[in-house]
Design a protein around this ligand. Sequence first.
Ligand code: NAD
Length: 461
Amino acid sequence: MSDSFDLIVVGAGPGGYVAAIRGAQLGLKVAVVERESKLGGTCLRVGCIPSKALLESSELYEKSGKHFEERGLLVKSLELDLARMMKHKEGVIATLDGGIQGLLKKNKVERFIGHGRLKGKGVVEVAGESTVTLTGKKILIATGSVSSSLPGIQLDHDRVGTSTEALSWPEVPKHLVVIGAGVIGLELGTVWRRLGAKVTVLEYLPRILPGVDEQVAAEAKKIFEKQGLVFRLGAKVTSAAAHGQSCRVEIDGSEAIECDRVLVAVGRKPCTDNLGLEDAGVQMDKRGFIQVNSGYQSTATGVYAIGDVIGGAMLAHKAEEEGVACVEKMVTGHGHINYSVIPGVVYTEPEIASVGANEDALKAAGVKYRSGKFAFAANGRARAAGHTDGFVKVLADEVTDRVLGVHIIGTHAGELIHEAAVAMQFGASSEDIARCCHAHPTLSESIKEAAMAVDKRAIHS
Ligand code: NAD
């Protein structure tokens, strides 16, 4: 094995491994340094993928228990085997990890297991079973992020834990308190509610899902409450700690809650500890994010950074795009991301998906826009499937009609949103979408109808 490379990528999450493969495709000799035995980063090991496995399984459980009967499907006895559900989730992770290993091999990317640390210009020291020193013409930091917490919270990573622990609890909590009504809190809160836990979600702000279109978030709250989630908004958690098998959560100005598990889901912070960044001259901002220029170059020559560690939307697909753009810029001088067309999805049921600006952002920017809305209750396919909650909202420039944002709450919203993303990438107007023939009966017709509604000519509402 050689120890001299064109590019050394530190971190094999979605940003890092994708950047490594793209670099290899462009002819670079690439090494990837990852301290975990599994590749794929938080997303694959303890994030997007395991949470989706549990969301799918718990949805099947809830549906077969509560909704099959109305379709004439009588399930005589239904039992939860949580250990098996967890085993299925682990199997999904193992298969995908094997897939990434295969991709790295196929692209001749060399993999080093251990903690990578900058050790002078162009040098990365890897502390694994033994210590290896690598040299690289360029170094790319793609170390992602870790869960953050709050003062007063005593994380024991068991009873009081983060998303990592909440993906592997050995039994269903009787009462789970989730701190934070953001994406993680709602996705994992939904999993455990479906499996039988009482779930109370404490949120500091007067609304759930900050960043999501306000009308969509308000609709989501109503639906999740109907499903059984209990929200306490304006609740500032001051402390949380376990004592034996139970936990106590204290809230500013209101009664404390006793429960048996706490999930702390109050955001994530960049993972930059012990990387040797300061010594290498890599500047970080006040919140610890690595500062980069438009080519993802840090303040240290030859050191680049992408993904969660540079801030912006903490999304796997944003990191992947940055990985590709960064490496393409290194090699060809060109590389581009359209940051205004990065979709976001919350994988609850209904799903919540958006791309582009929401109404608050457009109002704040003083942009004049028209809005078209269409409810899934008026969509034939949604009716047949029994998923009538939610709507599509299309926002288009008042003068040019160019689509500025699309927001969907509804079943399969996370798949539907990409029609809007592609349309926006090509600079489509709402009329372009409205005049595009959509197959009947499909959920996608709701996007066409919402686009027609921008011009007040939706047919089915
Ligand atoms: P988040 O920022 O989405 O939500 C955190 C919530 O905690 C906020 O609503 C905040 O107001 C609340 N909060 C903060 N302090 C509080 C306090 N003292 N008491 C009560 N509430 C408090 O963070 P997250 O849900 O932890 O997710 C972290 C990151 O991971 C996000 O950037 C998210 O986009 C990303 N992520 C994305 C997905 C997805 O795309 N499906 C899934 C998981 C995570």
